[in-house]
Write a protein that binds this ligand. Structure first.
Ligand code: SF4
Length: 136
């Protein structure tokens, strides 16, 4: 797919993970070389700081969270659903603004992962959503 690519910022080397680290990935950097990149961290965009408590999906996947049938909770049990939904919406706005039709997101995250809230939001917008493990 031509055009800009929305990418999880941590895959590009931004230190936006919950633990303050990054997940810079050479496969991703190679895949987006020469293309316009729109970096986004939906958890930071949603207002969760870095570092922040790790969170998990509870009661369903990201699509269920968007529909109000599941939640996102911190490991200590606090509800973080609103921030995750807000962050996914901001990522979707960034994709629309840029005209991105492809996203490369970080696996294993309650936002960006295959079952995550942001991944579901972008898929609903019609983006093709890949993860770093899908790249050769
Ligand atoms: Fe990376 Fe996404 Fe987690 Fe942000 S929310 S640190 S972009 S996996």
């Amino acid at each position: 797919l031509p055009g800009p690519v929305l990418v999880s910022a941590c895959l590009l080397g931004a230190r936006c993970r919950y633990d303050g680290g990054d997940r810079r990935d050479p496969r991703v950097l190679a895949a987006v070389a020469g293309r316009e990149v729109v970096p986004v961290c939906p958890e930071e965009a949603g207002g969760l700081g870095t570092p922040r408590p790790p969170c998990d999906l509870a009661g369903g996947d990201g699509a269920a969270v968007l529909d109000g049938r599941a939640r996102v909770v911190t490991r200590s049990g606090d509800d973080a659903t609103a921030a995750f939904v807000r962050g996914a919406g901001i990522a979707a706005e960034a994709a629309l603004r840029a005209g991105a039709r492809l996203a490369i997101l970080k696996e294993g995250s309650p936002s960006c992962g295959r079952e995550g809230v942001c991944a579901a939001r972008l898929a609903r917008l019609g983006l093709r959503v890949l993860h770093e493990g899908d790249l050769a």
